[in-house]
Design a protein around this ligand. Structure first.
Ligand code: FPP
Length: 238
């Protein structure tokens, strides 16, 4: 039941909106953070599985720009959970040859977390396996605006000519620029929205929604999503 292997036509780059932790906890009469903790265990499982099936890139939506407006206690609980998670899984990432990066605006993150994320990025920067990106304090719209600002800087200093701009060259100003094209977005817990996740990059991505709450997401659930994707591609190719 936990068997999974590389399949033909599997996506190169999968993005995941890990939704439903709060509801999962509530169903058990627990606090929301209990659900987030269960969510981290699933994220770990997913990373290990992605390594096993030789996925090229995996991007996880851990915290959106909009999540800053959640109750203070939940936000600080999440920040401390992220910190502990980085600490705990550094060796796992090293052992599995995973290259770790973040996407988002780190300016409001706690200093210690910021430093740990940077350390993890630099320790794993030469790794050649799975490209794991954690979208944290990330918003797709904000990322595009940030790109435009960088673009204008380059234009003003005559590094580029805005009139020569193409879709491909604009991507150099956005997060995820060094990753393969996003093929598949999975969102758990029954919501069918993108919620500001990888807006630019999702232009041609396949979307897969499941009612399963994130802490209940199993290897078989991933297997199902990947087979669904490969089947869609097969039909397109006909
Ligand atoms: C959405 O559930 C989940 C989050 C906002 C946090 C996601 C974070 C994790 C799963 C931890 C992973 C962390 C790392 C470092 C890999 P929700 O709170 O919106 O659930 P609800 O919709 O049921 O309220």
């Amino acid at each position: 039941n936990t068997h999974i292997e590389k399949i033909p036509n599997q996506p190169k780059h999968v993005g995941i909106i890990m939704d439903g932790n709060g509801r999962w906890a509530k169903l058990r009469g627990k606090r929301r953070i209990f659900g987030h903790e269960a969510g981290v265990i699933k994220a770990r499982e997913l990373v290990e599985t992605s390594v096993k099936i030789e996925l090229e890139a995996l991007t996880l939506y851990a915290f959106s720009s909009e999540n800053w407006s959640r109750p203070k206690k939940e936000v600080s609980g999440l920040m401390s959970l992220f910190e502990r998670t980085i600490e705990k899984y550094t060796s796992l990432l090293i052992d599995n040859n995973v290259r770790f990066k973040t996407a988002g605006d780190p300016s409001m993150l706690p200093k210690i977390l910021k430093r740990k994320l940077e350390q993890m990025e630099s320790i794993t920067s030469e790794n050649t396996g799975l490209k794991l990106t954690l979208a944290i304090a990330y918003g797709g719209q904000q990322d595009i605006i940030n790109g435009i600002k960088l673009l204008i800087d380059d234009h003003n200093s005559q590094v580029i000519d805005i009139n020569q701009m193409t879709v491909e060259s604009f991507e150099d100003y956005l997060s995820f620029k060094d990753l393969p094209e996003l093929d598949l977005i999975i969102r758990t817990s029954g919501e069918t929205r993108l919620s500001n996740f990888m807006l630019w990059q999702s232009a041609y991505a396949e979307l897969y929604f499941t009612k399963t709450l994130w802490p209940d997401f199993k290897i078989t659930s991933l297997n199902k999503a990947l087979h669904n994707y490969s089947e869609r591609l097969r039909k397109l190719g006909k």
